[in-house]
Write a new protein. Structure first.
Length: 209
């Protein structure tokens, strides 16, 4: 597991629903690399990155939201439910699709004065604005130097989308890709992160850091 540590913005979990106590927290697995954030929204800073296959403890999810709080190697933060998988009767299921079936606890979040309340209201991306998911399995690529040079000299305009920009995320149909000369993959700049995309599946196959 790779975990890059930063500091949290101050925030506090107010309550967990009845049903699962501290001793009954759920074990979950990261379906793909996932960014851990200090609050339930993409506007909150990243506090770490957990790689695909990382084992996490799922504290619970915000009611009516796709955001869940996890504990990864002692670090707590918020991730999309579509990036988490839980064992149900011997079969892995995506948390986003089975929150009620799994009995996932409900948690609430309140920002402290250091976080504007307007940010909290915007924690859930508007419908159609987020990267489509759940994240799919793709063969990640390592772009050749000439492709990287082309992208650096032709940066293009950034496209703002909700969701984490990770390998395997599917880009909405509204996004137009830029062709790269003599290369099978296309290019886009999402949330100011250059990415390479498979034009057939519209899934991200490489993220420039």
């Amino acid at each position: 597991m790779t975990l890059k540590r930063n500091l949290f913005l101050a925030g506090v979990i107010l309550a967990a629903s009845a049903g699962l106590g501290r001793a009954e927290e759920m074990a979950a697995t990261a379906i793909n690399d996932m960014t851990i954030r200090s609050g339930p929204g993409t506007q909150y800073p990243a506090v770490g990155v957990a790689t695909r296959g990382s084992q996490t403890i799922l504290d619970g999810c915000v009611a009516g939201s796709k955001w869940c709080r996890v504990d990864v190697n002692g670090m707590r933060g918020w991730v999309y439910a579509q990036y988490l998988e839980v064992d149900q009767g011997g079969s892995p299921v995506v948390v986003e699709e089975h929150q009620q079936d799994l009995g996932v606890p409900v948690v609430t979040y309140e920002a402290t004065a250091s976080v504007a309340q307007t940010d909290v209201a915007q924690a859930e991306p508007a419908p159609g604005d987020e990267l489509l998911g759940p994240v799919g399995s793709v063969d990640a690529v390592e772009p050749p130097a000439n492709v990287t040079t082309y992208i650096e000299t032709n940066p293009g305009q950034t496209i703002d989308l909700g969701g984490d920009v990770v390998v395997g995320a599917q880009v909405p149909a509204s996004v137009t890709f830029q062709e790269v000369p003599d290369y099978q993959y296309r290019y886009a700049r999402i949330n100011n992160r250059p990415v390479l995309v498979d034009p057939g599946t519209r899934r991200i196959v490489y993220v420039y850091h």
